[in-house]
Design a protein around this ligand. Structure first.
Ligand code: SAM
Ligand code: SF4
Ligand code: SF4
Length: 336
């Protein structure tokens, strides 16, 4: 079954946040002043079990979902995540499973388990190669070399074309754009530069901190000859370029919104569904799952949600003072 929303957009992708916890405190995502040791993360009983996630994914697959991305918080903090991958992989209709991780828990053993369980693709986040800037941005005890070791472990286990996400903030790490491309030249990794987004309310987003698509391309062109590439598929979020050393991408949700192709639904660790990264309202699917309704009831509920979807936040974004205080879901909760 192929369902469409109010703007004829199909439901194709599911992003699952498997935990709201993280071993980093990135300033643009989980500022450490807010996510302190007193912060109330979800209890184990509050988050969806693997069985519940699998059941819901099966129903979503029957409505057209083909690709699943596991995210968080930090997805590798969830125990036995490879078991979830293995089960999702067996669902009829699901053709691609990927994961976004900060990479520091990608040990040799974990990488092998993930590969064997059927994980198709990995995205690893890395915002700077400078020890000083990395520790400051990530708010963690780790160094860029720990992330690179994780990437190398994943490559040794057979993961190819690993994507490396770098959130670029003006005057914070924009000077790391060229070093990142230099570092990942001819390694098979695809660096993707992400404009700093106004997700949630805690990261104090301001447009003046955005290093835009145009700024990024100008910076890269100072050193490299670049050429635009075609999209791999219609709902791909990153624009792609080749450079003398491989490929890179830019996710420009602020300067170049892509709502027209948005086929993504998002599931939080505690079982809320969001039809947009920037939505204020969600749908409580856990309640339905735990009240042991039949799969048909769940299917109809999902059909209704998607058919009534009208989200296009990035295309209509005008961040007025009033909008700044609209309550939005935090990135670590909704999963990116
Ligand atoms: N912890 C994992 C990680 O960092 O890769 C997965 C979850 S994280 C929320 C998913 C992605 O969102 C990461 O690549 C991260 O850099 C990105 N992200 C988080 N906050 C962002 C923001 N305000 N603007 C743009 N990207 C952001
Ligand atoms: Fe954690 Fe990822 Fe958010 Fe950084 S971006 S705080 S690693 S969830
Ligand atoms: Fe999709 Fe919402 Fe992002 Fe637009 S703003 S691309 S609708 S998630």
């Amino acid at each position: 079954m192929n369902i469409t929303d109010k703007f004829s957009r199909k439901l194709r992708d599911l992003r699952i946040s498997v935990t709201d916890r993280c071993n980093f405190r990135c300033s643009y995502c989980m500022p450490k002043e807010i996510y302190t040791s007193d912060y109330k993360f979800f209890k184990k009983t509050e988050i969806l079990s693997f069985e519940e996630i699998i059941r819901l994914t099966k129903v979503l697959a029957s409505l057209g979902v083909k690709k699943v991305r596991l995210t968080g918080g930090e997805p590798l903090l969830r125990n036995n995540i490879h078991v979830l991958v293995e089960n999702l992989k067996n669902i009829q209709g699901i053709s691609d499973i990927s994961m976004t991780t900060n990479g520091v828990l990608l040990s040799k053993e974990k990488s092998i388990l993930l590969k064997k369980s059927g994980l198709d693709r990995l995205t690893v986040s890395l915002d700077s190669l400078s020890n000083e800037r990395f520790t400051k941005i990530s708010g963690s005890k780790y160094l860029p070399s720990d992330v690179i070791t994780g990437i190398e472990n994943a490559q040794t286990s057979g993961f190819e074309n690993i994507k490396v996400n770098m959130v670029v903030k003006k005057n914070i790490n924009h000077f790391d754009i060229l070093p990142m491309l230099d570092n990942f030249k001819n390694t098979g990794c695809i660096v993707r530069f992400i404009e700093f987004m106004d997700v949630g309310n805690t990261n104090l987003w301001d447009k003046k901190d955005v290093f835009s698509l145009e700024d990024i391309l100008r910076t890269i062109s100072e050193k490299y000859h670049i050429k635009a590439l075609q999209k791999n598929y219609s709902s791909e979020v990153a624009k792609r370029w080749s450079y003398d050393g491989g490929e890179f991408g830019v996710i420009s949700s602020i300067s170049n919104p892509f709502c027209g192709d948005c086929s993504r639904i998002r599931l939080t660790a505690e079982g809320k569904l969001f039809t947009c990264l920037f939505a204020s309202n969600s749908h409580d699917i856990k309640k339905l799952i735990r009240s042991s309704e039949s799969d048909d009831v769940i299917k109809n509920y999902l059909l209704d949600i998607w058919s009534n979807r009208e989200d296009r936040y990035s295309e209509t974004r005008i961040v007025t003072d009033k909008q700044k205080f609209n309550k939005k879901a935090e990135m670590s909760y909704i999963g990116g």
